[in-house]
Write a protein that binds this ligand. Structure first.
Ligand SMILES: [Zn+2]
Length: 442
């Protein structure tokens, strides 16, 4: 079954046709200007007039478990980043059971895909550990239809052996075009030497997914307790496998960046979350200067990624006091690195309209009010569309997941059920049925 979207503005961050068409089945077959289109090539024709058609998007780091934070009236106050973790996120994640994780997965997948995201990289923590990743996969991948990668945040807060088993079991049984696993680690300051040694013994070459230097306290804790910096510690334990995801990296120094580069790891930036937590802002230039691939995530703060592109764009200008401290070529590089990373991990091709690439794409209503061509199309996205990005139609493997702004009735019913699970989660929080015994000298 082949589909063709015709008479549209086609932009894949490289090629531009207006009016153009894209012909696809589960992968892209052909793309080009309308005067080269032959209607006989398509089983189904979709009118794309007054729409922009582009590849759908990837979120490089998120926390599905935080979906139920929305509207939760947490009575706590916090002054430092460790306090935000202890009094907010560690409470919320500990309250999760498998049914509430499943419901969070449905909410996150539906909200993301309605915002044009079709691939998620998740970092999970939950009171119930065993089966957590398969439960999330069932919701996000099997039932809503997205691509997603999962990891459990191994941490001394939890039973470490169970965390390790949860990661290894998922990694071993899930490596295909729709899903794969990372070995999840929370952050250096919640991982003892014994835990890291155990992780090393069970890693088997898998990429790790870990928060690094999100707050300055992570580095301070590491220097004080281990006499070295966080990335040095990970390297000493031989945990920096290729494609490892180093999340945030706000306070890493030059030597740590060199280690990240040497071990072919990738940095995931989440500037909106950093601003919200008041911890600082990533030094994109320093990462760029070392030629470290940088991808963008939302840290669970939003259910999209275009807002994060804007946060990175505007925030970097403020951070560097330079209105050109992050430009369109930088943004293009982040978007390209994100597609390249997801493509490698799932062993597919994402992010371009070229023969053989996956037909993961979206249609967004757009009538350019000024001339638009290949040279300024990204500018149209940044200043015209990314601040309120709502595609009308989203496809994965060439199938509609969002059609005229709606998901399927079946998915919608699952979504409407989620609020009941959120209420149960909040009840567990209110009744204090959450184990918060973990303390360390932060
Ligand atoms: Zn995170």
């Amino acid at each position: 079954m082949t589909k063709a979207i015709i008479n549209a503005i086609i932009f894949d961050f490289d090629h531009f046709y207006n009016p153009g068409y894209v012909l696809f089945s589960d992968t892209i077959i052909k793309v080009g200007p309308m005067d080269t289109f032959s209607a006989s090539a398509a089983d189904e024709i979709i009118e794309g007039r007054n729409h922009l058609v582009m590849p759908s998007l990837v979120v490089g780091h998120t926390h599905i478990y935080s979906a139920f934070a929305r509207g939760w009236a947490n009575p706590e106050t916090f002054e430092t980043f460790p306090e935000i973790l202890k009094k907010q996120w560690w409470k919320l994640d500990a309250s999760h059971t498998l049914p509430s994780l499943y419901a969070s997965g449905i909410v996150s997948a539906v909200d993301h895909v309605k915002n044009g995201v079709t691939t998620l990289i998740d970092h999970n923590a939950s009171g119930t550990i065993e089966g957590a990743l398969e439960t999330l996969k069932k919701a996000v991948v099997d039932d809503v239809g997205l691509r997603a990668m999962f990891a459990f945040e191994t941490s001394d807060r939890f039973n470490v052996d169970t965390c390790i088993k949860e990661n290894t079991a998922f990694i071993e049984t899930n490596q295909n075009e729709k899903t794969s696993g990372h070995f999840g680690l929370h952050a250096s300051f919640t991982l003892s030497e014994d835990t890291l040694k155990k992780v090393r013994r069970n890693l088997n070459g898998a990429p790790i997914h870990i928060h690094v230097a999100e707050g300055k306290e992570d580095e301070e804790h590491c220097v004080k307790n281990h006499g070295e910096r966080v990335v040095e510690r990970l390297a000493r334990h031989e945990l920096l496998t290729p494609d490892s995801l180093i999340v945030h990296a706000l306070f890493v120094n030059e030597k740590e960046r060199a280690l990240i580069k040497k071990h072919r790891a990738v940095v995931a930036l989440n500037p909106g979350s950093n601003m919200n937590n008041g911890v600082g802002f990533p030094d994109f230039k320093a990462l760029k200067n070392q030629a470290i691939p940088v991808i963008a995530g939302n840290d669970g703060l939003s259910m999209g990624i275009t807002q994060e592109y804007l946060n990175l764009f505007f925030g970097s200008h403020l951070h560097t006091h330079d209105p050109q401290g992050f430009d369109m070529t930088d943004l293009q590089k982040v978007i390209d690195d994100t597609y390249a990373y997801a493509s490698r991990r799932l062993n597919i091709k994402l992010g371009r309209f070229k023969k053989g690439y996956k037909a993961d794409l979206l249609m967004h209503p757009y009538v350019p009010p000024t001339p638009m061509d290949k040279t300024n199309a990204l500018g149209h996205l940044v200043f015209g569309l990314f601040s309120s990005f709502k595609p009308s139609d989203v496809f994965i493997d060439g199938h509609f997941i969002v059609h005229h702004y709606k998901v399927s009735d079946k998915t919608n019913r699952l979504y409407q059920n989620a609020s009941k699970e959120a209420q149960k989660c909040w009840k567990r929080l209110e009744e204090g049925r959450v184990n918060l015994e973990f303390e360390n000298n932060l």
